[in-house]
Design a protein around this ligand. Structure first.
Ligand SMILES: Cc1cc2nc3c(=O)[nH]c(=O)nc-3n(C[C@H](O)[C@H](O)[C@H](O)COP(=O)(O)OP(=O)(O)OC[C@H]3O[C@@H](n4cnc5c(N)ncnc54)[C@H](O)[C@@H]3O)c2cc1C
Length: 205
């Protein structure tokens, strides 16, 4: 678990104070930017402000976002506790510290509801392994058994993605049911000059 856990948290507000501050700071409207990662945070925190409303039926004045810390066993920079020992309120305090939003702390905290969630196996798909550790989607000789989701072996595909699970399911169904349809090919973006170039430009932005 020590090698595969993160702690995530979801936050709900009854007003747009935090979102307005984030928009000003990042110059992105919610849902138009990428993750905001605090690279110097000892918890290695990131937050993601998705397009609002995020949930069907979410009232217009309610705002929700998601965040996580990759090193939940480390002591925080503003809250001197390990992330895994913190309440939602303390996680918000740490976040406000990193964002330098202290002047608005009371306003932000007045309607914030932060719910932490420990995810002990979230990156277990990335653990070192041998090629023989995981079964193929349809093991050699199988006619009625297949493996789907993240722990079956699909050469060249990338785990921790929706695509991996969908591709595994397609391979399983098409193979076992004899469906004569090609499975979507895996895009080898790592060899695409345009992707490499834009990666290079982004690295030095
Ligand atoms: C925090 C987080 C962020 C992510 N972000 C992204 C992202 O940005 N992009 C991306 O592509 N992927 C992302 N992923 C990965 C992606 O969500 C998963 O890889 C994908 O959802 C896996 O789909 P699945 O159908 O294989 O498995 P799951 O969605 O896990 O479905 C498995 C289902 O089986 C059920 N189940 C388990 N045991 C039993 C049982 N014994 N009996 C009956 N049912 C059972 C579970 O309840 C669950 O509903 C993220 C994952 C997490 C956790």
């Amino acid at each position: 678990m020590d090698e595969s856990k993160w702690e995530s948290f979801t936050v709900t507000f009854q007003d747009s104070v935090f979102f307005d501050l984030m928009e000003k700071f990042t110059r992105n409207r919610a849902g138009t930017g990428a993750l905001v990662t605090f690279k110097d945070s000892s918890w290695f925190m990131s937050v993601v402000l998705a397009f609002q409303p995020h949930f069907r039926g979410q009232p217009e004045h309610v705002k929700v976002f998601w965040g996580y810390g990759l090193y939940p066993d480390n002591v925080g920079d503003f809250v001197k506790k390990r992330m895994c020992d913190c309440t939602g309120e303390e996680i918000m305090q740490e976040l406000i510290g990193h964002l330098h939003f202290d002047a608005h702390k009371d306003e932000i905290m007045a309607t914030a509801n932060c719910i932490p969630c420990m995810m002990p196996y979230i990156t277990s798909q990335f653990m070192p392994r041998l090629n023989s550790d995981r079964p193929k989607v349809v093991p050699e000789g199988s006619t009625n058994l297949a493996f789907i989701s993240q722990f079956c072996e699909i050469p060249d595909d990338v785990v921790f993605t929706e695509e991996y699970s969908v591709r595994a399911a397609r391979i399983a169904v098409y193979t076992l049911m004899g469906v004569n349809r090609p499975v979507e090919p895996i895009n080898q973006y790592q060899y695409d000059v345009r992707t490499l170039l834009s990666g290079l430009v982004t690295s030095f932005r």
